[in-house]
Structures are given as structure tokens and as C-alpha cells.
Write a protein that binds this ligand. Structure first.
Ligand code: NCC
Length: 342
């Protein structure tokens, strides 16, 4: 299925699942990192196991796509084992994602989940910038304006000046914010890099994922050794794995795979917009279902998010494009005149 042939309901379904999983994932990471500090799991091992599960699931999806085991083995041999160039290409986003996924744990161990979500919205302009630089995508002034409006809108919508809940662990706010800055830069770069690799060849999404997760496992294992090596030897790899931790790992794996599908059938900016829309919709649903009271800040934020989505979707034809077309036309006319006179 090419990005054009994917139906709108399918795209909406993938965007919705990805966004719901991401919201639950962030809250649960925070929960598992702030309860039972005496039996705290090693976040590096959780990130590593997530990569392993994503690899297994991607192998399953490739098997389904291939249709027969002989075709699967041939595909794996040709496109993965005998393709060091492909593995090397995908090792770039896998290193960056390994860093980002570890930083998310650092940030959520030191900051409230709501504060994290708000600050993490900086990834939207960062991603847009990467798309312009790396994919040579042109965004009109209107679209840039809508991206900035979206950021402000999301910050307003999630603005919740409630007192942070008392947690049993020591927190370092500065470290948390620094981790978010690194995660934002990594998310923008790796997301757009992956999109570029995926959309500039016919190679299957699942082959690309397998290539990325193979080096992802190597990188995240390295992080386990460097950061928690001694403790893992002493207490075991799965120390502190409660059912909630296992659920976090499950969500991390499913969320990662849905992210890859969303990037294939839409793009990284759509990914950002859908998350913003979902935040508004889920809050409105809470009003209807649970009688939540809306604040004026939320309403302003919701208006800004809706306006930004509308503006972003408007046909791209701003003055800079028109003036470029005029300049092109002028130079063509000059060429014709020179040609006729000679
Ligand atoms: O930050 P974000 O995504 O851009 O991170 C992308 C996540 O998807 C995984 N990935 C990406 C491409 C690919 N082919 N396979 C993958 O597994 C990466 O490893 C990385 O984990 C978002 O846009 O907000 C989003 O946020 C994450 C997550 O909430 C934050 O990174 C951490 O708090 C979501 N991931 C999950 O819910 C598991 C993602 O769905 C959306």
C-alpha cells in the first residue's frame, strides 16, 4: 500500500492509536519511575527490551507481507544480512532514537508528566525545520505561522498550574529540562531522517524497521553496559520488572511501530498536528464524560489549535511562491527575447 493508496479512515485510525498510546505511555513511564524507589527497574534495560520486541513484531509483519517462509528468508538475506549499506544507513536514526528514548526516561523521572508533555511540543517547529533542511520541503509563511500557533495553542490547552504530586524520589528539574531539549532535537532529526530513507526507495517499511531495530538493540545494549552494567550484573537484567513496567514496555513497542506506520502514510508534521488535535478532543471528551470544568486558558488554546490546523491545511500559495513564479516567467521571457534577437 503506497502513501497515496492508504485510505483516510486507515490514516486516521493509525494517528489515533499512536496518539492514545503515546499519552498513556508518558503517564505510565512517569508512574513507574516515581513509585517503589527501593525496587526501581533499570530504564536502559526497558529501552533495550522495547527494541527487541519491535524487531520481533516487525519480523512477523514482514513474514505476513512476504506470504511464504522461503520468500521471507530470501528477503531477509538479500535486504538485511547481505546489505551492510542499508544497515549502516539505518544505524544513524537508531543511535539517535536510542538516545532520545533514554532521555525520555530521564525527563519523566525528574519532571511531572504534564510539564513534560507541554515542553515536548517544541518538537513540532524542530521537526518542521528538519523537514525543510533535510527533505527540502517548502513551507509557506502561513504554514510556519500555523506551526507556531499550534505550539502556543497546545501549551495553553495543557496549561495546568496544579501543585506537583508528592513523589518518593529525588528530582532534578534542570536535568529533566536538559533531557527534554536533547529528546526534542533527536525526535526532529531522527523522524525526518527515517522518513527520507523510507520515501526515497521502494524498500518495505518492515525491512527498514528491521534494519533500524537491529542496530537499535546494539546501541541500547551498549547503554545498559555503560550506565547500569555493574548493577545489572548484581541484581539481574529484569530487576524491578512489575506488571506495570511490562505494560510500559509493551506500549513503547506498539507505539514505536504505529509511529513508523504514521510516518509512512502521512508525515512527521501531520504526526505533530494529530497529537495536538487529540489533546483537545480528549479534554472535550472528559468534559462530556466526567464533567471536567474547562478553563478560559483551555478554550483559548483549543481555538488556537483549531485555527492552526485550518491554516496549515489551506492551499500553499503565498506571495513568496507567486513572486518566484513571476521571476521564473520574467527570465523565460528574457531568454525568448535574446533568442529571437540573435
Ligand atoms: O517523540 P517521537 O514520537 O517523535 O518518538 C518516536 C518514537 O517512535 C519510535 N520509532 C520511530 C520510527 C520507527 N520506524 N520505529 C520506531 O519505533 C522511536 O524509537 C521513538 O520511540 C510523538 O510524536 O510525540 C511521539 O512520542 C513518543 C513518546 O511519547 C516520546 O518519544 C517519549 O515520551 C511516542 N512513543 C510511544 O508512545 C511509545 C510516539 O508514538 C509519538
Amino acid at each position: 500500500m503506497s502513501s497515496e493508496s492508504a485510505s483516510l479512515p486507515f490514516k486516521l485510525y493509525c494517528l489515533t492509536v499512536m496518539t492514545l498510546v503515546a499519552a498513556t505511555y508518558n503517564v505510565l513511564v512517569r508512574y513507574t519511575r516515581t513509585t517503589s524507589p527501593e525496587k526501581m527497574y533499570f530504564s536502559t534495560t526497558a529501552v533495550c527490551i522495547t527494541e527487541v520486541i519491535k524487531l520481533v513484531l516487525s519480523l512477523g509483519m514482514l513474514a505476513r507481507e512476504s506470504g511464504s517462509s522461503s520468500k521471507l528468508l530470501a528477503d531477509l538475506k538479500e535486504q538485511v544480512l547481505c546489505n551492510p549499506g542499508g544497515l549502516l544507513k539505518l544505524s544513524v536514526p537508531s543511535v539517535v532514537y536510542a538516545l532520545q528514548n533514554n532521555m525520555a526516561f530521564v525527563a519523566l523521572s525528574n519532571l511531572d508528566a504534564a510539564v513534560y508533555q507541554v515542553t515536548y511540543q517544541l518538537k513540532i517547529p524542530c521537526t518542521a525545520l528538519c523537514m525543510v533542511v533535510m527533505l527540502h520541503r517548502t513551507l509557506s509563511k502561513k504554514q510556519w505561522f500555523s506551526i507556531c500557533t499550534l505550539c502556543v495553542g497546545v501549551i495553553f490547552v495543557q496549561w495546568e498550574p496544579v501543585e506537583a504530586t508528592k513523589v518518593q524520589i529525588e528530582q532534578n528539574t534542570f536535568l529533566g529540562f536538559m533531557a527534554i531539549v536533547v529528546a526534542v532535537l533527536c525526535s526532529g532529526f531522527a523522524g525526518v531522517y527515517f522518513e527520507k530513507v523510507l520515501k526515497t526507495s521502494d524498500t518495505s517499511l518492515w525491512v527498514r524497521n528491521i534494519q533500524m531495530y537491529l542496530s537499535g538493540i546494539a546501541c541500547t545494549l551498549m547503554a545498559v553496559l555503560l550506565k547500569d552494567g555493574e548493577k545489572v550484573v548484581k541484581h539481574g537484567f529484569f530487576f524491578g520488572y512489575t506488571p506495570w513496567v511490562c505494560f510500559v514496555i509493551f506500549l513503547g513497542s506498539v507505539g514505536g511501530l504505529y509511529t513508523s506506520i504514521v510516518v509512512k502514510y502521512t508525515d512527521n508534521i501531520m504526526k505533530g498536528f494529530s497529537a495536538a488535535a487529540a489533546i483537545v478532543i480528549s479534554t472535550v471528551a472528559s468534559v462530556i464524560l466526567f464533567g471536567l470544568h474547562l478553563t478560559l486558558t483551555f478554550l483559548w488554546g483549543a481555538v488556537l489549535v483549531c485555527v492552526s490546523i485550518y491554516l496549515y491545511g489551506l492551499p500553499k500559495r503565498d506571495t513568496s511562491t507567486v513572486s518566484k513564479e513571476c521571476t521564473d516567467l520574467e527570465s523565460k521571457q528574457k531568454l525568448i527575447t535574446v533568442h529571437e534577437s540573435s
